[in-house]
Design a protein around this ligand. Sequence first.
Ligand code: GLC
Length: 576
Amino acid sequence: MSKSYEESRVPDRNPRNLPWWKKTAVYQIYPRSFMDSTGNGIGDISGIILKLDYLQDLGIETIWFSPFFSSPQADHGYDVSNYRNIAPEYGTMADCDRLIQEVHNRAMYVVFDMVLNHTSDKHPWFLESRSSQENPKRDWYIWRDGQKPGGKKPPTNWKAMVGGSGWHYDELTDQWYWAQFLPFQPDLNYRNPDVKREMFDTVRFWLDKGIDGFRLDIINTVFEDEELRNNPFAWRLFPSEDDDKSFFQNKIYTINHPDNFTFVKELRSVMDEYSDPERFLVGEITSSLETLKRYCGEAVSETQTNGLHLTFQFQALNASLDANTFRGIISKYEHYLAEPYMPTWVFSNHDQMRRISKLGNDMDKAKLNVTLQLTARGVPFIYYGEEIGMFNHRFPLKGAQDPVALKYSWLPQFLVNLLTRNGAFSLNRDECRTPMQWDSSANAGICAADMEPWLPVEPRYETINVESEESDPDSLLHCYKDLLRLRRKTPALHSGSINLLDHPTHKSLLTYERNHNEQTVQIWLNFSNRPIQTGEVMDSGALLFSTLRNSNPLQAASIYLEPYQGVVIETQTEGS
Ligand code: GLC
């Protein structure tokens, strides 16, 4: 190995055993779109059970289910009307119990999606709350008088996350209720101890059933300013992945309120009542890394903090595929989220344009991208269909199923195209929620051929599907399988520290080492459309993985990478 590499290697800072949730690889299922077992075109729990063997074979260790609790489905489950029951289109409580059991039988973990911030406006609590100012449930939600005189103007200038005022006037009781998201999702009032008790008991209800963790929906919006101060003006229309300013407001009184940080610690104590296995929380929070770290609390041991176990890092979502950008992201993650904190790697989810479509629907780039996702330090979150390279499906806003798209369906199409042209955000979330592509039969196998699935299948399903990629060893699917297996059996990859290596002469090369105890693994990623031949870099090494199967990257003492090729190499460590 050349001197510069020898010198840049740092000793392992992380020789400890990490808890399981830090080492795991998570797969997100959007139940509506995964597999229909009843023949109504809507995915369901029994359908998911049919596909658990597929996920186990893929190498998934933890499955996160978007909500399938009782719900009018105005936001497809993110509007809950009973937290302790299952929506009939997805199945029954017995099906849910079976799902938990079947996942556990396959040695995988179960993560449910907890929407604590708000309920559906059809939840019996809200129906009661709305019925009169004296109703005992009135204070379960956030009701306020409008501005004086007259009360016909909202109490504050607060904007909802999706734009427009978040206050909604209710004639019946002549007051306004607060909804951080859409009007049919009224916010619960966690300053009322009964609400907190009930929701924490709901969390226990599911933990008692064996749930291993929760993904917490918009958890940074639980509390708002009690004094109802107006948010100050800010020069920003759309939110970005790490900034809460949007719709020309600096949302200091409605997002990341100081009480949220205390709240997540209380919730953490509920999780800590359970052990064997340890349970975990991952928070959906769009904020700076500094704020995300605050949500994780303070270090209480070498491997644990006392807040959220994990938060999503959305910083990589829209990152351009170049070495420098990812070098910067990894450095920042290591700066803010070094042990005992742990970053996450998220490139797609049910709210975002699919990553592969941001990469020009290019399978080679997707392979490079996932090599980074599954080998950099952090917990990877894979969105269903990402493993086969499902494309985003373009739909007009009009006629959408997504309520956010419907809210903006008055926008002229040319403006929508302009606003969403670089894929940084999506106005129509149907586009990334199309049915899972299982095979080349009609409806891609998600439901019977003579049914209409709830959303149209992405047209390229005839070639991009599980069945055809299973039989092609060069497919993206096999790339995921190989990487997930490698990650699971390689301690340096799931538990090791990370150390960026320098390549002054190759700007499009990103290389890092993962170190754990005696093991050192190097990851080499070529972010350019040209091959790269490095100088002398190592005495010996074993190729553990390559995005290109029949290539020969280890050449004498140098490394040769094809365009967009990524490789994982185990290097000899001193004394070994
Ligand atoms: C989160 C969910 C999104 C949902 C919203 C309201 O952002 O990911 O799908 O619409 O919260 O619950």
